[in-house]
Write a protein that binds this ligand. Sequence first.
Ligand SMILES: CC(C)(COP(=O)(O)OP(=O)(O)OC[C@H]1O[C@@H](n2cnc3c(N)ncnc32)[C@H](O)[C@@H]1OP(=O)(O)O)[C@@H](O)C(=O)NCCC(=O)NCCS
Length: 338
Amino acid sequence: MSKIQAVIAGISGYVPEYIMTNDEISALVDTSDDWILSRIGIKERRILKRDEGEGVTYLAGKAVQDLMRKTRFNPLEIEAVIFATSTPDYVMPNAAALTAYKNGMTNAFCFDLSAACSGFIYALEVATSFISSGKYRKVLVLAGDILSAITNYTDRNTCPIFGDGCGAALLEATSENVGVIDSIMRSDGNSLASLHQWGGGSVFPASHETVDKNMHTIWQDGKVVFKQAVSQMSDTCLELMERNHLSKDDVKWVVPHQANLRIIDAVASRMGVSSDKIMVNIQKYGNTSAGTIPICLWDYESQLKKGDNIILTAFGAGFTWGATYLKWGYDFCTRQDL
Ligand SMILES: CC(C)(COP(=O)(O)OP(=O)(O)OC[C@H]1O[C@@H](n2cnc3c(N)ncnc32)[C@H](O)[C@@H]1OP(=O)(O)O)[C@@H](O)C(=O)NCCC(=O)NCCS
């Protein structure tokens, strides 16, 4: 019997309509378009305004509807929905169950996964294991965030970086030699001081004090995060390439988490992969946390071909990080009518 592979059978995404420019950020904090573009690589980001919609499940719903249109999957056939997010609509119930309910995936069991910016590759790992076990055949992976809900717009070290967006990937079982081939997933919990949101959990439940002290927003030591992101993403990618006998020429695309263009460039240079193979859209959307990788795949979908060797890599709070090697599952040109 041939091995069961888990393949991405369709990809979609959604970003809110409102465009927040660097000039708008510069009116809030002491920064400039030039600084943000040269030090981070971001020109603009999308922000969900309440007159458009509410919550990350709104973004996910838009992505799921587009994915249904493109792949014509039957929502009743989805067996599990995994939603990687740090900004669910509510503390409970989970965002996966709400999204499944709103979009007719009523036969699925649903849960959220918390791995910050590494959420998509972690969720892909879980979905792949479900499928390769033979028990499940169709799993929906959602990954995205409304980072504007937890951004401190008085802190110039963080507010230019973040944006809102969500991706959706349909994972299916296949016996073809495509799909997720290998992965390396890692975490290090000894990093709480470097990247966190203190308030709203069980140590600091919401109170007047947590609100007054801005504890419900993200704080980071940018330099520590920068260095760790470069070394951990590049090291896991190189290890993954070595153990799968992939040379830099064998790699068709690298999809790095979009946190900072200088981080992306440093990872690409350590991997020895030329810049034309690196997916980049940080200039348009900023860092959407768990959303960056599926939103990149969605943006570049028309350039992907069946069998392309793709490496995904991410780094985020936890710290969490890792890399996934997959072979792309379909030619976009065969779906041009969708
Ligand atoms: C945050 C980050 C953009 C800062 O860029 P940097 O070039 O490393 O800047 P530094 O931290 O060295 O700070 C240099 C100076 O720029 C200042 N600065 C920081 N943000 C600024 C901004 N938006 N505009 C202008 N100046 C800014 C700092 O205050 C500092 O000033 P000082 O020297 O007077 O203290 C960068 O460290 C980074 O991207 N880190 C990773 C963050 C990340 O990816 N987080 C998401 C989790 S995956």
